[in-house]
Design a protein around this ligand. Structure first.
Ligand SMILES: Cc1ncc(COP(=O)(O)O)c(C=O)c1O
Length: 410
């Protein structure tokens, strides 16, 4: 097929004139292909899917009912712009109740159509060509991608077990510190499962002040905290002076597809975010914001979501340990991140986590997500579908049976 006349017009940020011609296959596409292969070659073998990074349940019935009522109200029909005040007030109540963080809903909160677009827009408020965003890896790459779109670059801070999955801020060279404008953090951390501590956040505030850096803390998984009560960056003295926190109703409230979240914290940064957002979208459907209020005001929803994923992770850790994996209960999120096996007794070696993951899918129909950014690791998600606890147990038993048959080397 000849190139379209506009082939040379594509922007460099997406590949320029070569856009659409690459042969590189991305991680999640490789996983999809391996799943298809496993199903085609072994239709009798059930695929055990620990690869999905999305909640497995619908939003709570009370939230769906609130939505059904709001959808019929004519006053909800129009552009929501930067969001309804009632939603901001519900966020303020939520932040006060869970973190004892007192926010002014008028100036310190702004909704977003999920936390992903918020993370995509925040670099627009700060990044000029040549600026640097400091980001932890492995991690959610969206703020880094948009930093590059604006002509900035990303300095990667590896999250390693020897640093307890905290970034080594002292290791950042002086020239990088001078160019850095944003420090993007994510705790509870996806995929490592590490939760933040007040001491760590205190060090972050100090670092931000010393180096004139703005902190963006991605709290998408905050209500899934197991080893300590959920912690907000805004709880730490000085947090509100140096940054914002991005929250989401996706994970803790089973509202992934509803697309609702918010940015809160420093009023001037929230204002800048709201300005960028106002020039980007017209706000989330007001009926969804009102259903979001019903969710935020119901403490039982995140509690039940947390209990379920904590129970499933406990079972997963026990089963994997019995199968030779060296893993511990994660502090938060619905992910378990654990060193990838190095090969199979008398069988293939795995040079990377991706090799290990491909082997487990194609040969044994066990799907995981590999991470090779900071040591070879596999991510197991407990968002698989299982009707009840007996079904969870049966899934663990079947996974253990398959893993025992493999004789993995670590
Ligand atoms: C760490 C992290 N941040 C943000 C998001 C985006 O969540 P949402 O846009 O659904 O709020 C995700 C989703 O997977 C995530 O894992």
């Amino acid at each position: 097929m000849p190139d379209p006349y506009f082939q040379t017009l594509f922007a460099e940020r997406i590949g320029g004139a070569n856009y659409g011609k690459g042969t590189e296959i991305y991680k999640f596409e490789k996983i999809k292909r391996a799943k298809r292969k496993a199903l085609a070659e072994h239709p009798e073998r059930k695929l055990i899917d620990f690869g999905i990074g999305e909640n497995d349940e619908m939003a709570e019935e009370s939230v769906r009912r609130a939505m059904a009522a709001e959808i019929d109200r004519p006053e909800n029909r129009g552009y929501a712009d930067n969001g309804i005040f009632e939603f901001k007030e519900a966020v303020a109540r939520f932040m006060q109740r869970n973190f004892e963080v007192k926010l002014d809903p008028a100036t310190e909160v702004n909704h977003a159509i999920g936390s992903k677009p918020a993370l995509a827009m925040l670099p627009a408020a700060f990044i000029n060509p040549g600026d640097v965003t400091l980001m932890t890896v492995p991690g959610y790459p969206v703020a880094g991608t948009h930093t590059r779109y604006y002509g900035g670059s990303v300095y990667r801070l590896p999250l390693l077990p020897e640093n307890d999955f905290f970034p080594d801020l002292d290791s950042i060279p002086d020239d990088v510190r001078r160019q850095a404008k944003l420090l993007v953090l994510n705790y509870p951390n996806s995929p490592t499962g590490r939760t933040a501590t007040l001491e760590f956040y205190g060090r972050v505030v100090e670092f931000a002040r010393e180096n004139n850096v703005v902190v963006v803390q991605d709290a998408a998984h905050v209500m899934l905290s197991y080893d300590r009560p959920p912690l907000s960056f805004l709880q730490v003295p000085g947090g509100r002076e140096v940054g914002v926190e991005v929250h989401s109703l996706s994970k803790g409230f089973n509202m992934i597809g509803w697309r609702l979240g918010w940015v809160c914290g420093n009023a001037r940064i929230v204002q800048a975010f709201a300005d960028i957002k106002d020039n980007t979208d017209s706000g989330q459907f007001i009926a969804i914001q009102k259903a979001g209020i019903a969710a935020l005001d119901d403490e039982g929803i995140p509690r039940r979501t947390k209990e379920k994923y904590q129970r499933r992770l406990t079972k997963l850790v026990e089963m994997l340990r019995q199968s030779g994996f060296d893993c511990r209960m994660p502090g938060g999120t619905y992910f378990l991140y654990t060193p990838a096996p190095k090969g199979v007794e008398g069988g293939p070696d795995f040079a990377t986590a991706e090799d290990a993951s491909q082997f487990l899918i194609t040969e044994h129909s066990i799907c995981t997500v590999p991470w090779d950014d900071a040591g070879a690791s596999l991510r197991f998600s407990v968002t698989y579908e299982a009707a009840d606890e007996a079904a969870e147990d049966a899934l663990m038993l079947e996974t253990r049976r398959r893993l025992e048959g493999i004789r993995l080397r670590f």
